[in-house]
Design a protein. Structure first.
Lengths: 277, 378, 326
């Protein structure tokens, strides 16, 4: 009986180990590969015997990768700030005020978040060109609102709903207007929600590829995902795999650090967006 | 000077009427308690007065001003919520000062008012703390303090003690009664706890299903309930009710059949009742006596004895199988299964007609109509 | 929970002006100034968000649908002619398009199924009490947080036919006897793509299922254990029915996501016919071949499929849009 239990435990931890290896190994392999220089890259070695930083240097010398990172940061941060700003007041209306058409509006918001990006590609292309924003970061910021805005509105609405009703009523009795309720009562309480939502929106914007690929032209205007995808020069042969892996590690590590710091909040944000509906 | 009047006030939610034409006069300086079972509309009525819900039809005035259309802040009210609803991110001081700041009161005035209220409630030492660092009782005081600083004409309380434990509730109840005299303001208080209602109120309004069943002083409701519902709702244990019939009526009241064969004359206006009309006899457990006294003696059998220490509730069965509860002292030695003689004093009896409406008692109870002080005024 | 209450009529703005005096507003019985103020504020607060959404979603979508009936080209969007349903006709007879539809559906069905089963297993494992559970949950977030493009490149390198670690491991374990060209071989590439997607999105599934699992009442399991019911039976009879609503929502969420997949295929396999999804196909027509009319028709078709799925999501998920309306 005891032995069976022991075997059961052993099997369980083997399963856990498999899960961990499965989730972590690809990224680990990218790190290992990025540290191998020259022909070392082409030998399968699970630990880099003589780590070298050549690939990391190569990423920045081969293309304006620093500029690409800066582009991504500018675009993602702007998108997050803009989305949150527009979403907070909208979420208050949708979450806490009874008015006709609220259900319809929520459905519209949810539907937009389901839009396939390619379905708006030609219309968006026309719009961006018409606004003179082609190959311009502002164009990307604007187009990214299509997926970050519905998402932030939806999640913040869920959070807004959960704030106690009596708190708002106390403020109303105290003479607070809706604007005061939002700015002086609710916003200070929504710090965690804003961080969560903002972070998720940031990750979505940081990872976006289709619009960034279609609405930028020059190397200098590209965001990180496009830069990494195009390091190959669209050719399957003679790809600078070492550089690609180095670039991958560079853009992923800060993201992972953020995710690890805020992991609890992210999980709650994901579930607020999906499970509760 | 702040009376609150309601004239045929109605409230519907999505086509369903919740409050059905309430008429009410709450006089200046009066402590009025709304009481009733859950779902009776008492909280809704309070929120209508607060202005947190719209009045569907009817008229409401506060201090002579029609307030139907006024937002809460212009009604001269303040409200204490069941959950206290303190702003979690503000200190006690800021919680109390928030409304004044929004009203653009001067800094010195705010400071003076907040400290004054804090003094009254003995929470001066807590002013710099956040709500999460306070105990339930302290939060309650801050919530009251926040209501006080606005110097409202009318205080509204929505079940403010229901989140406190039993001991603290008794203590806060006493403090609220004292505060009421200190503040000299009109207060409207919602509770489902009839002890709170009896001890705090100048006037109790009993609500059921959106109707006012009766409004009056606590002892008026106790001694002269207008109908069966109020009779059953006020008083604990509940009033005993015995289904019976009228034998005859005259100027001294109605003579009714008592199960077991006797008759008894209850001093109540029964002029309209015919011989044989069904009536309900009501008698409170505390008015029944375990002895050979009383105007009628019933031979009963004890079937449950609940001993609370200081007093004992005996559940007894009378001749026709109906049951009664009688309250006796803690020293009684009755046992289940034993016979017992229960005396009914006719003067303490109530009669209700077949619609459940009370027949007027011929003798008005001496305490029913006069305001009674609760504590010595220092 | 109720089905979403959707008012068909367009929401009307309160007609009373901001300067209405108490004398004139008394006209609307049962709606106080507070309520009117709040409704007005609601629309005011919503206006900027709605304006932006209309600009970046409504307008481009309408234009895309419009373009699908024209022969517009990317080279010159302005000069185009209305050609009716011709684009859709060409689409209907294009085997490459139907290949893309098949790829997308195949990809969505297989990867979502595998993710669900795998996510369930991992979630049940993580739900067990053990040391380091928090750390494991954090590890689960790694694939989720890595940009799709980066995952595609990382796996692209691992799939490499000559130097890839996958061939190396599979040869070592004995799963294959000669190295395979996982990406170049048309019969393998779609599975290669699915494997990456499973790796990247299983964590999302896991976290959602885990959240649902942690909401389950513990007493049920204790009761089952006291009764000595087999754990497998407990899972199918107790756990699964209880988390089904959350699971359904997660599955539909993921399916919608999978149906519009673009970057994974594009980066891993380029425009290869063997793996191209509907999004890849539409973009290729639009950008690479400059045929905006035809590409828009493909995009519109995809939009309609997703719209149908969204309707299913809203009905099956019983999304309650109007809660708190007591």
């Amino acid at each position: 009986m005891r032995i069976r239990k022991l075997i059961g435990r052993l099997f369980f931890y083997l399963l856990v180990a498999c899960i961990v290896v499965y989730t972590v190994f690809p990224f680990y392999w990218a790190i290992v590969s990025s540290l191998k220089a020259g022909s070392g890259l082409f030998q399968v070695e699970f630990w880099p015997s003589n780590p070298a930083w050549d690939n990391y240097v190569g990423v920045f010398t081969g293309q304006p990768f620093g500029r690409n990172i800066l582009n991504s940061v500018v675009v993602s941060v702007s998108v997050v700030v803009l989305s949150l700003f527009l979403a907070v007041t909208a979420a208050y209306s949708l979450g806490r005020i009874q008015f006709r058409g609220r259900g319809t509006l929520l459905m519209v918001v949810l539907s937009v978040s389901m839009f396939p990006q390619v379905a708006v590609l030609s219309g968006m292309f026309e719009l961006i060109r018409w606004l003179g924003l082609y190959n311009n970061l502002v164009g990307l910021i604007l187009s990214y609102m299509i997926f970050t805005l519905p998402f932030t509105v939806w999640v913040l609405t869920t959070f807004m709903r959960e704030l106690p009703k009596e708190l708002e009523e106390a403020a109303i009795v105290d003479g607070a207007s809706p604007w005061v309720v939002i700015t002086r009562v609710f916003l200070p309480l929504m710090g965690p929600a804003l961080v969560t939502t903002g972070l998720l929106a940031f990750i979505a914007a940081w990872n976006e590829f289709l619009f960034a690929l279609s609405f930028t032209l020059s190397n200098e205007m590209r965001t990180v995902p496009v830069a990494i995808a195009l390091i190959t020069g669209n050719s399957q042969f003679e790809s600078p795999w070492g550089n690609i892996m180095a670039a991958s590690v560079i853009v992923t590590v800060p993201l992972l650090v953020l995710v690890m710091i805020f992991q609890r909040k992210i999980v709650s944000g994901l579930t607020a967006g999906a499970v509760k509906g | 000077m702040a009376d609150v009047t309601l004239r045929d006030v109605r409230k519907s939610f999505g086509g369903v009427e919740i409050i059905h034409g309430v008429d009410l006069d709450i006089r200046d300086n009066e402590f009025t308690v709304f009481v009733g079972p859950s779902g009776c509309g008492k909280s809704t009525l309070l929120r209508l007065i607060a202005g947190l819900e719209d009045i569907t039809s009817g008229e409401m005035t506060i201090d002579g001003v029609r307030v139907n259309d006024l937002p809460p802040k212009e009604r001269g009210i303040s409200m204490v919520f069941q959950s206290y609803a303190l702003y979690p991110h503000m200190t006690v001081y800021d919680n109390m000062a928030f409304g004044l700041k929004l009203a653009n009161s001067g800094k010195d005035a705010i400071n003076r008012k907040v400290r004054e209220a804090a003094g009254t409630l003995q929470i001066e030492s807590l002013l710099d703390r956040k709500p999460r660092d306070l105990s339930g009782g302290q939060r309650q005081r801050v919530a009251i303090g926040r209501a006080i600083v606005r110097e409202p004409k009318v205080f509204l309380f929505d079940e403010p003690l229901s989140n406190l434990d039993a001991a603290l509730r008794v203590q806060m109840r006493i403090e609220l009664a004292k505060l009421k005299d200190d503040l000299n303001a009109t207060m409207v208080y919602v509770t489902h706890d009839q002890v709170e209602a009896m001890t705090l109120a100048d006037k109790i309004v009993v609500l059921r299903a959106g109707h006012v069943e009766q409004a009056g002083s606590p002892l008026e409701l106790y001694h002269h309930p207008r109908n069966l519902f109020v009779a059953g709702f006020i008083g604990s244990p509940r009033m005993n009710l015995i289904e019976t019939k009228v034998v005859s009526t005259d100027r001294d009241g109605a003579t009714i059949q008592i199960p077991g064969g006797d008759t008894m004359t209850v001093p109540a206006q029964a002029a309209g009742l015919a011989h044989g009309a069904p009536v309900t006899l009501g008698i409170r457990p505390e008015h029944l006596v375990e002895a050979d006294q009383g105007d009628t003696i019933l031979d009963c059998t004890v079937f449950v004895v609940e001993r609370l220490g200081g007093e004992t509730y005996c559940h007894v069965r009378i001749a026709d199988g109906q049951t009664l509860v009688l309250r006796t002292d803690g020293e009684t030695t009755v046992r289940p299964g034993e016979p017992i003689r229960v005396g009914i004093p006719a003067a303490a009896c109530h009669l209700f007609d077949r619609d459940g409406m009370a027949l007027h008692r011929l003798q008005r109870h001496p305490l029913a109509d006069q305001p009674l002080p609760r504590h010595a005024i220092a | 929970m109720t089905t979403p209450s959707v008012t068909p009529s367009f929401p009307q703005r309160p007609t009373e002006g901001a300067t209405a005096t108490p004398a004139t507003v008394a006209a609307a019985p049962g709606i106080s100034r507070l309520t009117r103020q709040r409704r007005r504020a609601a629309w005011l607060f919503l206006a900027p968000m709605l304006a932006v959404l209309a600009l970046v979603a409504g307008w481009p979508l309408a234009r895309t649908i419009y373009f699908s009936f024209t022969d517009a080209t990317l080279y010159d969007l302005e000069y185009h002619e209305f050609i009716g349903l011709l684009n859709f006709y060409y689409l209907a007879i294009d085997p490459q398009w139907w290949r893309a539809v098949w790829n997308t559906v195949f990809f969505a069905v297989i990867s979502v199924s595998v993710e669900t089963v795998l996510g369930m297993i991992i979630a049940l494992t993580l739900n067990a009490h053990m040391p380091g559970r928090g750390l494991l949950r954090a590890a689960m977030l790694i694939p989720w947080a890595i940009p799709t493009v980066v995952s595609a490149q990382m796996w692209g390198w691992m799939y490499h036919d000559l130097y890839g670690v996958i061939n190396e491991i599979f040869l070592f374990v004995g799963l294959i006897d000669t190295p395979r060209a996982w990406i170049a071989d048309p019969s393998l590439s779609i599975y290669a793509v699915i494997a990456v997607d499973v790796w990247k999105t299983t964590p999302f599934m896991t976290l959602l299922i885990l959240a649902a699992l942690q909401l389950l009442p513990g007493e049920v399991y204790e009761a089952a254990r006291v009764d000595g019911i087999n754990p497998v039976k407990v899972f199918f009879k107790v756990t699964l029915p209880l988390i089904k609503p959350a699971l359904m929502v997660a599955i539909i969420f993921r399916t919608l996501d999978a149906l519009r997949i673009f970057d994974l295929m594009y980066v891993l396999t380029g425009n290869s016919r063997a793996t191209a999804s509907m999004s890849v196909y539409a973009r290729q027509q639009l950008v690479d071949f400059q045929d905006v009319g035809y590409g828009s028709a493909a995009a519109t078709f995809l939009f309609l499929i997703i719209a149908a799925f969204t309707v299913i999501y809203i009905t099956v998920g019983k999304v309650n849009f109007d809660q708190g309306g007591k």
